[in-house]
Design a protein. Structure first.
Length: 257
């Protein structure tokens, strides 16, 4: 394998993106692009918010310039996405470990946003080659190389959708700090006890404990559970039974029955 050759996608999220590309119904153009990608024709690929910029070696000496752009989520849409992140306690940890949560795509849909561009019409692509077809094999190859790169760094997908890793983590941290300073308002992380905050000049007061979350809510925060879907209701019921305290025994006041 030459230094530029690209291995096929190995991780499920990279393969998911390839499945999305092939689902655009563009016929053999995506397959020709896949072969170009694997043979190392993509010389460079830069990822930025809403754009991919690549240089692809074709039949001519000068590499072709490829640009693929997609519309970024609006600020309010990213606020909704970040809200879902705060509800899913394991998402950030998995992404930091180089894994993609299995329900990340579903979480984006919950926020009303597509994680992957749903249709080819959601992309704008151009190439400096003389081929009049869009996408040409150089554009398709660039997209395949991007999918393969996600194997090693899934954060590049979020960067393409408009949030670099540090920017997203900083926003989540700053929202948690702001919520902690303001008290029991919107923005607190889900694990922060409601009411546990001190304002300037006031003494910190520990609030009465809140009732526990219902079992279904607790399990939802843990993310997907690797059991058949038919067993989930029983698991919720079992968890509820385990976490429900037993009633305290009635005290005998000594009166005769």
């Amino acid at each position: 394998m030459s230094p530029r050759q690209q291995p096929p996608a190995r991780r499920w999220w990279s393969q998911r993106f390839i499945d999305v590309l092939e689902g655009y119904g563009l016929g053999g153009r995506m397959e020709r692009g896949r072969r170009y990608a694997r043979s190392g024709q993509v010389l460079s690929l830069e990822v930025g918010p809403g754009r991919l910029a690549a240089r692809v070696q074709g039949s001519r000496r000068t590499p072709y310039k490829v640009m693929v752009e997609t519309e970024l989520p609006q600020d309010e849409e990213w606020a909704a996405i970040e809200g879902v992140f705060r509800q899913r306690l394991g998402w950030a940890a998995k992404l930091l470990a180089g894994e993609v949560p299995e329900d990340l795509e579903a979480g984006f849909r919950q926020a009303g946003v597509d994680l992957f561009p749903a249709d080819w019409s959601d992309l704008e692509a151009e190439c400096s080659c003389p081929d009049w077809e869009v996408p040409c094999k150089h554009i398709a190859a660039s997209l395949h190389v991007f999918a393969q790169r996600l194997d090693e760094d899934p954060w590049q997908l979020l960067a393409w959708r408009g949030r670099e890793r540090e920017a997203l983590m900083q926003r989540l941290r700053s929202t948690a700090k702001a919520g902690a300073a303001a008290g029991p308002e919107e923005g607190l992380p889900p694990w922060w006890p409601q009411g546990l905050a001190a304002r300037p000049g006031e003494r910190l007061v520990i609030p009465d404990p809140l009732p526990p979350d219902p079992p279904a809510r607790v399990l939802e925060r843990l993310g997907p559970i690797p059991v058949p879907e038919a067993l989930v209701p029983g698991l919720v019921e079992l968890y509820g039974a385990i976490t429900t305290p037993l009633p305290e025994p009635e005290l005998n006041d000594g009166a005769e029955d």
